[in-house]
Design a binder for this molecule. Structure first.
Ligand SMILES: [Zn+2]
Ligand SMILES: [Zn+2]
Length: 212
């Protein structure tokens, strides 16, 4: 990377502000940690963020970090998409087994077929089957929020795919531009599809979330 031109260089306190800002993205706290006085840190922080030299330095630091770690927005989006595409049935699912009396108790077929069993009326019994975690992919394992043995069998909770979708949308810039749009996901969808929310008839679109 080329050495920044002198006029793009920051004084040491501004440079400290940039360093601190990249830690937690809290401009006021960063200004305080950089040594600006508590009385003026808030005001100075927003002024610093508008300073083109500061903006430039933040941008340069960010690209350097992205290059060094090979983490960039595209990779983050790809990883999140892989995560939200996990088939949760591979991790835990309902499964029907023959009851003890099914098929005269002689048949050990794991999947329960229709039968004439009088004990379970041919319904078998249903259990939650949890996969051996050694067989899961990393993405599949990452989707598991918690797993424990409850009194009625295993209890598995998953991370919220909707929340992952929100992060993907944010990273892709599908965020609402106006505050009022936040309540209207169809507007966001339309904007993502065609760049504007105006012409299409939203009523013809399926309600969001039905194709989970
Ligand atoms: Zn049966
Ligand atoms: Zn049965």
């Amino acid at each position: 990377m080329a050495e920044p031109k002198p006029e793009r260089q920051l004084n040491s306190r501004q440079a400290a502000f940039v360093r601190e800002y990249l830690v937690d993205r809290n401009a006021t706290q960063a200004a305080l940690r950089a040594g600006y006085s508590a009385a003026t840190a808030g005001q100075l922080a927003s002024a610093l963020l508008k300073n083109l030299k500061v903006q430039d330095a933040i941008e340069r630091e960010e690209s350097a970090l992205a290059a060094a770690t090979k983490i960039n927005r595209e990779k983050m989006v790809r990883d999140l998409v892989a995560l939200r595409n996990v088939d949760l049935r591979r991790i835990a699912r309902f499964k029907t087994f023959p009851c003890g009396d099914c098929h005269d108790g002689l048949d050990n077929k794991p999947e329960h077929p229709d039968c004439e069993c009088k004990s379970c009326r041919g319904l078998g019994y249903t259990q939650i089957v949890v996969a051996d975690f050694d067989t899961l992919t990393q993405d599949e394992a990452d989707m598991v929020k918690s797993v424990k043995m409850g009194k009625n069998g295993p209890e598995v909770t998953f991370h919220d795919k909707r929340a992952i979708d929100d992060r993907i949308a944010k990273l892709c810039g599908f965020e609402p531009k106006q505050a009022g749009d936040a309540a209207n996901p169809i507007h966001i969808l339309l904007q993502a599809i065609q760049g504007t929310a105006l012409p299409l008839a939203p009523a013809r679109l399926p309600p969001p979330g039905e194709n989970e």
